[in-house]
Design a protein around this ligand. Structure first.
Ligand code: ARG
Length: 582
């Protein structure tokens, strides 16, 4: 947003600063204090080359720009090492409003990524294991980054690197043959599969012979045994049906499923390539790449018994992403417990001579820790079946929200149960997603039900509620005046501090989207939406929007409209729905 004026300023500044307009646009900042202007550009980077102090450079550029009399710019002032722009607030207001109307769903989208493909690996659960809260993070952070990439003009491929291969499938097949008939695969296929998985591991603790048997069965599977392959397929299908159900609830979608098994017939070639580069060495019977010089343990490429490994499949998969799918950027949204794994894989790629290794990023995140939840401490193992399942977490959230809303929205519940249920679900899921995304992803999250589901605090429901409030103000305006939205030409600058501050906050949206993607942190956008809500509430509590001069009301209505558009658009990028009522 604000694109026309920003684009123009960037163009004018480019020759003055000796850099491209695109680069100038990336440098724009918003001064903290509105008295210092609406936009600022730092010139520190020019100091060395020009052999001048930044304040002097800022002064010279400001003076030059003032003589140009740029339309929409009221003043240009040097402030320390910055060139600050005071915009004409009426022009600013009108341009924001018309941009919002023109851009619709693609509000404030940019073109930085045009012509480039980004592949985002996210959610990627493991067959036979229910998705747990760790996958919640991998799912919602991944989907939000995916949406952010789209706002920057990238072609995006959302990839599911499904965990569908490895020795556990030998174990599972062994367990199925031995105890499968004791479970009801017709009625509850996925539960039965998971129970088998848990059972195998608990029995194997007592009898290590089972692990050996499992490995042998896996070997037969790797060699292409037809019956085992069919069974394996069944396990994958059962699991995918369950995952699809969860993704649907969260509104998450992949473009491509490329499970680990997809790389089976590429592993030989991958290994040969590593070998050709002279990187493969034998170590205790296994084949590894030594990473001593980077103070990392060796990257295991093939086990002594010939079985392939997670890392090998990731190396083959990176080759596929860059060489075949022609990625320009590959993001792996995976927990920080796999940090070493990705460091090793990326380092092997570097040693293999692929310059694109630097375009691989592990987008890591911390774990959930549960308050008042005895079972939740630390990271839980799915082997013993004690995990907090994603599904249970969502169900519990919906239950609590339904309860809360039964009091607040008793009327809606009585008159329209279907929409009451839909809204409760939008609010509950929105709350869980926002509660995740508001945290800087690299940190662990202390999960607190009260905080997540609060309607007042820094929560998803709070943001949703502000959008509903905007909606109802606009609806009331439409009913009382029988008028459509104001025309751009009817708007005048609003003068109260609350209105000016809200406007200033709204005009940042475009920059927030760009920044949020640049650092791969949806928390930047989530935090910004809270700022918008705070600024809106200050405005709302200080001014009676629908009372006063008709011309003033029109301008205020336009401001509410911009606010609503930014909030709904921002929520959409975070993959959160905005309910119509609350
Ligand atoms: N399946 C893995 C897990 O659930 C995540 C896979 C991440 N992606 C990758 N390319 N290794 O822990």
């Amino acid at each position: 947003m604000l694109t026309p004026i920003k684009a123009k300023l960037a163009q004018v500044l480019a020759p003055e600063m000796g850099i491209t307009a695109q680069r100038v646009a990336e440098l724009f900042e918003i001064p903290k204090d509105l008295d210092h202007g609406h936009l600022a550009v730092p010139v520190f980077s020019l100091a060395k080359e020009r052999k001048k102090a930044p304040p002097q450079i800022a002064k010279e550029i400001s003076e030059k720009l003032l003589t140009l009399k740029i339309e929409g710019v009221a003043n240009v002032v040097p402030v320390a090492g910055y060139v600050n722009f005071h915009l004409d607030e009426r022009v600013l207001f009108r341009s924001l409003y018309s941009e919002v109307q023109r851009q619709g769903e693609k509000l404030a989208w940019g073109q930085t990524g045009a012509g480039q493909t980004v592949i985002i690996d996210y959610s990627s659960p493991n067959v036979a294991k229910p998705m747990h809260v760790g996958h919640l993070r991998a799912t919602v952070i991944g989907q939000a980054i995916r949406n952010l990439a789209e706002t920057q003009g990238y072609k995006v491929i959302g990839l599911n690197h499904l965990g569908d291969w490895g020795v556990q499938f030998g174990k599972l097949a062994y367990a199925y043959e031995k105890w499968g008939s004791e479970y009801d695969f017709k009625k509850e296929p996925f539960e039965s599969l998971f129970k088998l998985y848990v059972r195998f591991h608990s029995e194997a603790e007592k009898d290590p012979e089972l692990d050996k048997q499992g490995s042998l069965v896996f070997k037969r599977l790797e060699q292409g045994d037809a019956g085992l392959t069919e069974l394996w397929r069944k396990f994958v299908d059962i699991s995918m049906a369950d995952f699809d159900r969860q993704w649907k609830r969260l509104g998450v979608k992949h473009d491509l499923v490329r499970g680990e098994s997809f790389y089976n017939d590429r592993l030989r070639a991958t290994e040969d390539l590593i070998q050709k580069k002279g990187l493969l060495v034998e170590s205790e019977g296994a084949m590894v790449v030594n990473l001593d010089d980077e103070k990392m343990p060796p990257c295991l490429i093939r086990k002594g018994d010939g079985a392939s490994l997670y890392a090998t499949r990731d190396i083959a998969s990176a080759l596929y992403r860059f060489e075949e799918l022609k990625a320009d950027l590959a993001l792996y949204v995976v927990g920080n417990d796999q940090a070493l794994h990705f460091k090793q894989v990326f380092s092997v790629l570097k040693r293999m001579g692929f310059s694109w290794f630097s375009k691989c990023h592990h987008i890591s995140f911390g774990m959930y820790r549960f308050k008042d939840d005895g079972t939740g401490a630390g990271k839980m193992s799915s082997r013993k079946g004690q995990i907090i399942r994603l599904e249970d977490l969502l169900n519990r959230a919906i239950e609590i929200v339904r309860e809360l809303m039964s009091e607040k929205n008793a009327e809606l519940r009585a008159s329209d149960l279907a929409s009451f249920n839909k809204i409760s679900e939008q609010v509950a899921i929105g709350a869980i997603v926002f509660n995740d995304l508001i945290n800087d992803r690299v940190r662990d999250v202390e999960f607190d039900w009260q905080k997540a589901l609060s309607f007042e605090g820094d929560s998803g429901p709070y943001v949703q509620y502000v959008s509903v409030r905007c909606r109802s103000v606009l609806a009331k305006y439409a009913v009382t005046t029988k008028a459509a939205l104001p025309e751009v030409g009817e708007l005048n600058a609003l003068e109260s501090p609350e209105e000016r501050n809200l406007m200033k906050t709204l005009m940042q949206y475009e920059m927030v989207l760009a920044q949020s993607f640049r650092i791969f942190k949806p928390s930047t956008l989530a935090g910004y939406l809270l700022d918008v809500c705070t600024a809106f509430n200050q405005f709302y509590h200080h001014h009676k929007i629908l009372v006063g001069e008709p011309a003033l009301i029109k301008s205020r209505i336009a401001l509410v409209y911009i606010t609503q558009s930014v909030i709904i658009s921002g929520l959409r990028v975070l993959n959160i729905e905005a309910p119509e009522k609350m």
